[in-house]
Each structure stands twice: as structure tokens, then as C-alpha cells.
Design a protein around this ligand. Structure first.
Ligand code: GLU
Length: 488
């Protein structure tokens, strides 16, 4: 490993969302590609909102995506602890250092006083006026006697800050946009910009890769690095992810569609998700859409992440998922659909017998590329259940025709006798009947609807043999029943 060190630093206050996962992926690829170290740090300073459940969910989602970490929770490492909640002493020490060097100071202004200042100029134009910069010891004692609890502010010199960004280029923050900002709240808890800077320095982070929403924090963090005498890492801010209508992805608007766990639970493959996530901002050329992880490890370049917003288009993810499902061999694909069949109550055997497994593999083969997600295997429920539902439209269009009762009757006696009841024989016999009866291609759809209840599905001859003679005969009876004049 060389000295490239990068980190992903989620707050465990919810699930891993699309934007976070995209950041984690870019960071992981950058580490792996450069033979560097990928660190997972948990930003859990918000005690009230951080939960063990969210932490578990985030770790599970990262693992599911294949984003393994070299240092962090459950692994440890030379810069432990990797939970900010366990690093309070470290932050205290560095705050004291800044206070001692005169780079930070206690500010006794109350929220009411600040709000009154803000009201005068408007919240956007407001900059702290530095009132508490020059307090004497007597002033401080006076405020403390009043019961005021101080915040800690960083003393900011007032120069413009330029952020050199590997994605955005040089981003300038004008001097007048910066003021003496708060690094420790009046209740003593240090703020994100401070804890993140201290940890990134102590953990020897060389490149900070994160979402564009943090770009405005970066000049503040640069000022903290400078005040502490730390080296500033390099930065890369990935573009915001928007929906197809140009709106920011949010839990409120898009619900569970922003959560990685949703995709795992609903039959998306991790490799499809990784491919989809990497394309939220990164491109190789104008043509290629599909990239395996190995290809990404070869081709990914943080410098080729675009500046403009990335568009989250679920249709593209669906397309990729279907492609990746088909890339798995039948053995794998069968294993993948089994949990979905169980969940749908279609497969109840504790353990599959060899025969059942062979049958299931044939079924999955027959379903072929008709699955956009693994959960779509449920569309083939007619193979599993005893009683099928008939689609009304299909019945009307394909079964309620003059020739169908005769056709079903004939087929019933043909199928009852057929030896063996296998795909080739079934196909040959149906084709022979189609020719002899003069019905030709018209026979196919009524048979399909009679035995599956629907107009669409896997190949007819495969479906008939997968169902087996008994079920086929039962279903033909049921369809004939449906066509009786009393039922029409
Ligand atoms: N905990 C921060 C977040 O989740 C980390 C931001 C950063 O990467 O600096 O937004």
C-alpha cells in the first residue's frame, strides 16, 4: 500500500442513501485503484439521532455493495477509535491548543444577540462582528456570572480561500463570505467542521472525497487545518444527484427509493447497483455504459467525474439490473431467486430435493430475461400454485372464441396419452395438431392462457413441460369449465 488514505464518514442517523453510497464508491475505487487505504469513520457526534440500527444498516449496505474497508468499525486500525463519539478527549485537546495559540476564542454572545444582528442585515448577509475577540478576563467573569456559556470561535484572518478541487477545479470563497465561525457549541460539543478536520488530519487522510453539498464547508476546514498547523488534504466534491425532473433526491420526496437497502430487498444485484452508482457523475467515454468492478478498478479516474449534476434515472438501473441478472449463470440465478420465491410463499420446502432443484433451474432458464428484478420471479407464480387466477382480458381475447372448446378437448386427450411428456414431444404434437386441424398458429395463445392464466410468459412448450402433465390436464379442465355457456 502506498500512502494514499481516504475515508468515508457517514453519520449513523439513517440508512445509506444513494448519494452517500455513490460517495463511498468513488472513495473506495480511488483507494483500490491507487493501492491506498480506505477508512470508514463513523461521524456519530449527534447522540440524539445516531442509532445502532442505522450503523448496522450502513455497514450491511456497504458490504452488500462490496465496499470493504481497511480501517474502521469491527476491524480497528492504527488510528482507532473510528467512532467520533469516542474521540472527545482528542477534540478537547485540539480545542485547547487553538485557544492557547490565540487562533480561537470564547464568545459569550447569546443566540438572541446574534439573532438581533441577523435581523438587521438579513440572514444571508450576516457575518459575526468579532465582538468577543478582545474580551478581558474581567469581561469573561462578568458574562459567566450572568450564567452565559461560551461558544468557541475560530479567529479568521479575512483572506479569500481557494479550494483546489480535483473535480471542480479551483473554487474561490471571497474574504467577505467568511467570518469567525463557531467550532464548539455553548454546551461544549465540537461541530462537524472541527471534528472532521481533526480526524482527517490525525488519520492521515490525503484526499477528502465527498458530495458537493459539503463544498461550502471546505474553506472553513482549510482554515482549521491552517490554525492547527496541519497539512491540508486534497479535495474532490462529487456533483449533486438529481431526479429526472431536476429535483434533489430526498427521503421526503422519493421515499425508500433513496435507500440502498430498498434495492437489495427488492431484487437488484449489487453489481448493477455499483455500475449505476458509478455512472452518477463518472463516465469513461460517450459509449460505454456497463462496467464490472474489475473494469472500474482499471478505468475509474476521479478527474473524469463531471462537474454538473448527475441524474438518477431508475429506468437505467432497471436496464442494468436485467443485463446483470442475465450475466449470472443458471446456478447462481436460481440461488438468487430462491429467497424471493420463499418470501412470496411460492417455495415452502425447507430443503430442495435434487429433482426440485433441477426443475427450478429449468424454470429460471425458461423465464430468461423476463426479470427486471429478482422479485419478478413472482410473475411465474403459476408454476408453483395449485389454483391459478385467469386474467380477464386474456380470457376474453384468447379463450372466448368458437374454436377454443374443441381445441381444449382435443388437446386434453392428446396430452393425456402423450409419451413422454417432454418438450420435444409436446412441441411436435402441438405442431402436428395445428397443421391437421387447420388452426395453425391460432392454437398457441389459447393453450397458453388455459394453462398459465396469462397471455405472456416463458416459452409455451417449456411451460407445459415444467408444469407437468397432471397440472396441465387440471388447468385445461378449469379453462373448459370457464367456457361453459353457463359461465359466459
Ligand atoms: N458525516 C459527514 C456527512 O455524512 C461527513 C462529510 C464529509 O465527508 O466530510 O455528511
Amino acid at each position: 500500500m502506498n500512502n494514499i488514505r481516504v475515508r468515508f464518514a457517514p453519520a449513523p442517523t439513517g440508512y445509506l442513501h444513494i448519494g452517500g453510497a455513490r460517495t463511498a464508491l468513488f472513495t473506495w475505487l480511488f483507494a483500490r485503484k491507487n493501492n491506498g487505504t480506505f477508512i470508514l469513520r463513523i461521524d456519530d457526534t449527534d447522540e440524539a439521532r445516531s442509532t445502532e440500527e442505522s450503523l448496522r444498516g450502513i455497514l450491511d449496505s456497504l458490504r452488500w455493495l462490496g465496499l470493504d474497508w481497511d480501517e474502521g468499525p469491527e476491524i480497528g486500525g492504527p488510528h482507532a477509535p473510528y467512532f467520533q463519539s469516542e474521540r472527545t478527549d482528542i477534540y478537547q485537546k485540539h480545542i485547547q491548543k487553538l485557544l492557547d495559540s490565540g487562533n480561537a476564542y470564547h464568545c459569550y454572545c447569546t443566540k438572541e444577540e446574534i439573532d438581533a444582528e441577523k435581523a438587521k442585515v438579513g440572514p444571508w448577509n450576516y457575518r459575526y462582528n468579532g465582538k468577543c475577540r478582545q474580551l478581558t478576563e474581567a469581561d469573561k467573569r462578568h458574562y459567566e456570572a450572568e450564567g452565559r456559556k461560551p461558544t468557541v470561535r475560530l479567529k479568521v484572518a479575512g483572506d479569500a480561500i481557494v479550494v483546489p478541487d480535483l473535480i471542480k477545479g479551483y473554487v474561490e470563497f471571497k474574504a467577505e463570505t467568511l467570518d469567525d465561525f463557531i467550532i464548539v457549541r455553548s454546551n461544549g460539543t465540537p461541530l462537524y467542521n472541527f471534528t472532521s478536520t481533526v480526524d482527517d488530519s490525525l488519520m492521515r487522510i490525503t484526499h477528502v472525497i465527498r458530495g458537493e453539498d459539503h463544498l461550502t464547508n471546505t474553506p472553513k476546514q482549510i482554515l482549521i487545518y491552517q490554525a492547527l498547523g496541519f497539512e491540508t488534504p486534497k479535495f474532490a466534491h462529487a456533483p449533486t444527484v438529481l431526479d429526472t425532473e431536476g429535483r434533489k433526491l430526498s427521503k421526503r420526496r422519493h421515499g425508500e427509493l433513496v435507500s440502498i437497502g430498498f434495492y437489495r430487498d427488492n431484487g437488484y444485484l449489487p453489481e448493477a447497483m455499483v455500475n449505476f452508482l458509478v455512472r452518477l457523475g463518472w463516465s469513461y467515454d460517450d459509449k460505454e455504459e456497463m462496467f464490472t468492478v474489475d473494469e472500474l478498478l482499471e478505468k475509474f479516474d476521479i478527474g473524469r467525474v463531471g462537474k454538473s449534476a448527475s441524474i438518477f434515472d431508475i429506468q437505467k438501473l432497471k436496464w442494468l439490473n436485467r443485463e446483470y441478472i442475465m450475466k449470472r449463470d443458471i446456478h447462481d440465478r436460481t440461488n438468487l431467486v430462491i429467497p424471493f420465491l420463499r418470501k412470496a410463499g411460492l417455495l415452502n420446502d425447507d430443503e430442495l430435493t435434487t429433482d426440485r432443484r433441477v426443475w427450478l433451474e429449468k424454470l429460471v432458464e425458461a423465464v430468461g430475461d423476463r426479470m427486471t428484478t429478482l422479485a419478478d420471479i413472482e410473475n411465474s407464480s403459476f408454476f408453483f400454485v395449485d389454483e391459478i387466477e385467469y386474467d380477464k382480458k386474456a380470457v376474453k381475447k384468447s379463450l372466448k372464441r368458437d374454436f377454443v372448446p374443441g381445441l381444449l378437448r382435443d388437446l386434453k386427450s392428446i396430452f393425456a396419452e402423450l409419451q413422454p411428456f417432454d418438450e420435444n414431444t409436446v412441441e411436435a404434437k402441438i405442431r402436428e395438431y395445428a397443421g391437421q386441424s387447420g388452426l395453425g398458429g391460432k392454437v398457441m395463445l389459447p393453450i397458453r392462457v388455459a394453462i398459465t392464466g396469462k397471455s405472456f410468459g416463458p416459452g409455451l412448450f417449456e411451460s407445459l413441460t415444467l408444469l407437468g402433465r397432471d397440472k396441465v390436464l387440471q388447468r385445461i379442465d378449469k379453462a373448459m369449465e370457464l367456457l361453459r355457456p353457463t359461465n359466459t
